[in-house]
Design a protein around this ligand. Sequence first.
Ligand SMILES: Cc1ncc(COP(=O)(O)O)c(C=O)c1O
Length: 379
Amino acid sequence: MSNSKIYLSSPHMGGTEQNYVNEAFETNWIAPLGPNVEGFEKDLENYLGIENHIAALSSGTAALHLALILLGVERGDEVLCQSMTFSASANPIVYQGATPIFVDSEPETWNICPIHLEEAIKSRIAKGKKPKAIIAVHLYGMPYKVDEIKKISEKYEIPIVEDSAEALGSTYKGQKCGTFGDISILSFNGNKIITTSGGGALVSRNLKHKEKAIFLATQARDAAPHYQHSEIGYNYRLSNISAGIGRGQMQVLDKHVGLRRKMNQFYHEIFQKAKGVKVFSEPTSDYFSNHWLSCILIDKKLCGFSSEDIRLAMAENNIESRPLWKPMHLQPVFRNAPYYGSTVSEKLFEIGLCLPSGSNLKVEEKVKINDVLIRFIDI
Ligand SMILES: Cc1ncc(COP(=O)(O)O)c(C=O)c1O
């Protein structure tokens, strides 16, 4: 049995990525931009279906930043954001000089709670400022309550930035995640369901959003033979080499979704008889998660062990596991940001654990994981 570390989620190449990268070398398209970038954007547009326009960018964080700029978020504005998420969902609000207003999760999908979202909107409007955007996240690949959140967005006319960084391949009522926001974003970071080693994308039904995102991502150069700028630009475009990796990865995306879902099934089987352990699953058949990461909730009173006990036992065996995302309203850096909600996300953080979920885990690695986990279960 191998002693090498088992990771939560590691890059998984399909085999054809190298061909696109080699072609870029052979044709000297090493500079940013080039045919792989447009090819990758087309592949993503075809995958997401309906009228989507994609700008391939250097990261999901860059895509979130540009999304806020396109929606007119400026210094002094307020932006609503799911509290339970990775910090990259919230940081771009601060890049713009705006204030994040954090909102609790609901217990079914662990994503932004419609009740607390509406409460937050009413409260901020009563205080004199209507929030400029809602950042909703499909955590661990689980779609948020799309219909409920959209209804609120329409009622108050506040656009949605859909953070689909973790949810490429997930669907809600048969429609792909990444197509629900006024602007949506994807991430191809090394730990995601497909990777370009680092990268992201901005998705919009509005072609003007794509064009403006590319303009801003390439240093906001005005149309002139010399370098002229009327706006502040960024260096946020994806490189032709990275996009080549992405083109190969698109060919195995559906396969990776299937394999991640199998990992989720693997944990269901391990814990099926364990009292007090719940494997995170879709609440109804409207939801289809790519199960980017499989997670469990542990009720120590019922089962006699905690998520930390499991984490330590896994670490002793060189297996990575990790607590769920620590909510942003509990983060020292956001201690002054307003928060609306109760303790749903705090409790999830306290009792939850992410388990190795990669599409490339070998049989012997799964045996090792099973051996460690099964010791906790009193059958
Ligand atoms: C929910 C969420 N949002 C945003 C990001 C940022 O993406 P990137 O790492 O590509 O900047 C990530 C992942 O890293 C994420 O998990």
